[in-house]
Design a protein around this ligand. Structure first.
Ligand code: C5P
Length: 396
């Protein structure tokens, strides 16, 4: 009984996928949850409240009042009662109302009164899902801290093929179970994460940089925030967006700026994960004007940057954890172990450029985690999101 005694408000909206909400309700109940269904008027066109209340053993809530006796249904009480609100399926219209606070039905007022976390499983046709309005609304919902259960790709009710199909009830159940089992395992923890490359200025238009995309560090920030941590994300120049109420983003450009931000924030942290690909050197001088083309050899001399990881390793207190990364091309493990000792890290996450799909730019990564106690764990090639969960599970 993975969901024993959990109170779940299941919101159902007017999508053909509403029929799957019946199986979902059944699965949640079988796992031990108490389920209260709130359905929109359009939702009732797709599935009858009688079916749903028979499954949950509770009358379905849809209107603000029960028509015949004037009983008022309190969205505020539901907001207090729930351990989770799960809106599945969520139509484009409901996403838009949630994002903009258009509280014209019981489901949206319940959503806006919700004290518990909210999960949303969108379901719609592929073009509606891809529309900029939907994309923007989902981004807004993420910024409210709502958890989006991405729809699957496949054949849709319209017979078109694409992304928009509500995730299967079994998969949604496992996401809900994972959520409660991992729970808020990092609640009240403060975690510093560095991510992305650094740019070291040569002149006003040129820099020395590297191929880091920031994807691994951003996935780590999202994973820690999802588990309840307060995250300070110090990001080098990347094109990624991140929106979560638990994440404070500090944008920097150079290694020196990243160093200053990290050293300032670290003392108040419980842990730091240093994922950034920090430039080891910077030009010894920066030209204030654009350097002109010429016939002569042009030389840039480089001076070493401060090592952020090693500096944090020096000021680290006994109750703080420090996790670094090592991207190696040869003698991977030996080099990673040396770095862990030299920088006084507790763990080092090794990725090798020799592994296909690992390292820079890819959406996947393959890592080995080494600990200062001599333990070693190899992980398979996975999405950076899954790798982030492994790193958090293993090191924090
Ligand atoms: O020595 P190397 O750059 O390979 O070490 C990698 C680890 O050290 C990473 O965790 C990286 O974020 C960190 N690092 C740092 N400051 C630097 C160089 C690397 O924090 N100047």
């Amino acid at each position: 009984m993975t969901l024993k005694n959990k109170h779940i408000v299941l919101g159902i909206t007017g999508s053909i996928a509403a029929y799957k909400a019946a199986s979902l309700a059944r699965l949640l109940i079988k796992a031990g949850a108490e389920v209260q269904i709130v359905i929109t008027p359009a939702g009732k066109e797709f599935i009858t409240p009688v079916t749903l209340s028979a499954l949950t053993g509770k009358p379905v809530v849809s209107e603000f009042f029960t028509a015949n006796d004037g009983t008022w249904h309190s969205h505020v009480d539901l907001g207090q009662w729930a351990d989770l609100m799960l809106i599945a399926p969520a139509t484009a219209s409901t996403l838009g109302k949630m994002a903009n606070g258009v509280a014209d039905n019981m489901l949206i007022t319940t959503y806006m009164s919700m004290k518990a976390p909210v999960m949303v499983a969108p379901a719609m046709d592929l073009d509606m899902f891809a529309h900029p309005a939907t994309v923007r609304n989902l981004e807004i919902l993420r910024s409210y801290g709502n958890i989006i259960i991405e729809p699957a790709s496949g054949e849709l009710a319209s017979h078109l093929i694409g992304k928009g199909r509500m995730e299967e009830p079994e998969k949604i159940l496992s996401i809900v179970e994972d959520y409660f089992s991992e729970g808020q395992s990092l609640a009240k923890k403060k975690i510093l994460i560095t991510a992305g490359p650094t740019y070291e200025k040569i002149d006003p238009v040129r820099f020395i940089g590297n191929y880091s995309s920031g994807k691994m560090g951003f996935s780590l920030a999202e994973e820690c925030a999802r588990r309840g941590a307060e995250v300070i994300l110090v990001a080098g120049p990347v094109s990624l967006k991140i929106n979560h109420p638990n994440i404070t983003r500090i944008d920097v450009e150079s290694a020196d700026e990243m160093y200053n931000a990290s050293v300032k924030e670290f003392p108040a942290m419980d842990a730091a994960i240093l994922c950034a690909a920090v430039a080891d050197f910077r030009p010894s001088e920066q030209y204030s004007e654009k350097v002109k083309r010429g016939e002569d050899l042009f030389t840039i001399s480089l001076v070493p940057n401060k090592d952020i990881a090693a500096s944090l390793g020096k000021i680290k207190k006994a109750n703080q954890r420090l996790i670094g990364f090592a991207l190696e091309t040869n003698d991977e493990e030996t080099n990673a172990l040396k770095k862990m000792v030299k920088k006084n890290l507790d763990y080092i996450v090794l990725n090798s450029l020799n592994d296909a799909g690992a390292g820079f730019k890819h959406d996947t990564n393959k890592v080995t985690i080494l600990s200062k106690n001599g333990e070693k764990k190899d992980f398979a090639l996975k999405s950076k999101k899954e790798v982030a969960a492994d790193i958090v599970d293993y090191t924090l």
